[in-house]
Design a protein around this ligand. Structure first.
Ligand SMILES: Cc1cc2nc3c(=O)[nH]c(=O)nc-3n(C[C@H](O)[C@H](O)[C@H](O)COP(=O)(O)OP(=O)(O)OC[C@H]3O[C@@H](n4cnc5c(N)ncnc54)[C@H](O)[C@@H]3O)c2cc1C
Ligand code: FES
Length: 252
């Protein structure tokens, strides 16, 4: 884990209300795995750092993707090139892509696209065929940067691609990775219990100390999303006890 003063190096829009921020964070860029996250702080800013999945890493740069859902994300999107972020990471356990399947299906809903570009890159590096199913409510909310050997769009209103949700549009595969609203992940768990899902929780410290990120487990008890997660086997989570409305679900 590294704590880096990371200058912002760019910002681009990738869907309605959705932006990618890039920053220089060399140690994190070379060590991050798909599904891991960074905890960002800045001054003046909120008391608590804010967690973001690492969206891309390239050379000495990392990227995060976000929408303005509150004070912190609005402040982040108002920052300019050269402004500095305090970047703690990489944090958590990412997707385990070493098991050797030949094909993988990535299912992302809205902002749940966040860990998928790195997952697609790692899966391809392991020789897997990557099918990516990306869904949103409407065509304007689909992130334009989804790729893969095969790409399936899904929209709730039918304005682009499959008319319906991303889970319904997804084909079967050796391995399924998913990220999106917790309600969507519950549907993934019902269909593919062995899928690996990146969950979103409230977070305080991001480093295993405050217990603010409790994930209710099917077997009873809780895990810390920031330490043992945020990636879990889908069937291992008690989906009825996780909040359904967090940032990945917030419409813009
Ligand atoms: C492991 C992990 C990875 C994440 N990755 C991303 C990402 O890649 N892109 C992205 O946009 N967001 C991501 N999030 C969510 C992001 O951290 C929250 O959107 C952010 O903390 C909200 O901060 P804010 O100051 O803008 O909102 P606040 O002003 O703190 O809150 C505004 C509203 O947002 C709600 N809220 C929604 N989600 C959260 C949350 N997780 N924590 C606290 N409040 C929340 C609050 O309840 C409140 O209603 C991730 C969260 C986790 C746990
Ligand atoms: S956020 Fe503090 S223990 Fe996980």
């Amino acid at each position: 884990m590294f704590l880096i003063e990371a200058p912002i190096t760019g910002k681009r829009q990738v869907a309605r209300g959705m932006f990618v921020l890039s920053m220089r964070a060399p140690e994190i860029a070379v060590s991050v795995r798909a599904g891991q996250f960074v905890n960002l702080g800045w001054s003046p800013g909120p008391l608590l750092r804010r967690p973001f999945s690492v969206y891309q890493s390239d050379g000495d740069q990392i990227e995060v993707i976000l929408k303005a859902v509150g004070t912190g994300t609005s402040q982040l999107l108002d920052m300019r090139t050269g402004d500095r972020l305090s970047c703690l990471g990489p944090l958590g356990h990412g997707f385990d892509l070493r098991a050797g399947p030949t094909s993988v299906v990535l299912i992302s809903g809205g902002l749940g696209i966040a860990p998928m570009p790195l997952a697609a890159k790692e899966a391809a590096a392991h020789g897997m065929k990557v099918t990516w199913v990306h869904g949103a409510r409407t065509a304007e909310e689909l992130c334009t940067e989804a790729t893969g050997d095969a790409l399936i769009w899904a929209t709730d209103d039918g304005s682009k691609g499959f008319h319906g949700n991303a889970v319904a549009a997804a084909p079967d595969a050796d391995l399924v990775l998913a990220c999106g609203p917790n309600r969507m992940l519950a549907a993934v768990a019902a269909r593919t219990p062995d899928a690996l899902v990146a969950v979103e929780t409230y977070m305080g410290c991001g480093t295993g100390v405050c217990l603010g990120c409790a994930v209710p487990l099917k077997q009873g008890g809780y895990d810390r999303a920031c330490k043992e997660g945020p990636v879990y086997r889908a069937a291992g989570i008690d989906w009825t006890a996780l909040p359904a409305h967090l940032a990945y679900s917030v419409p813009v």
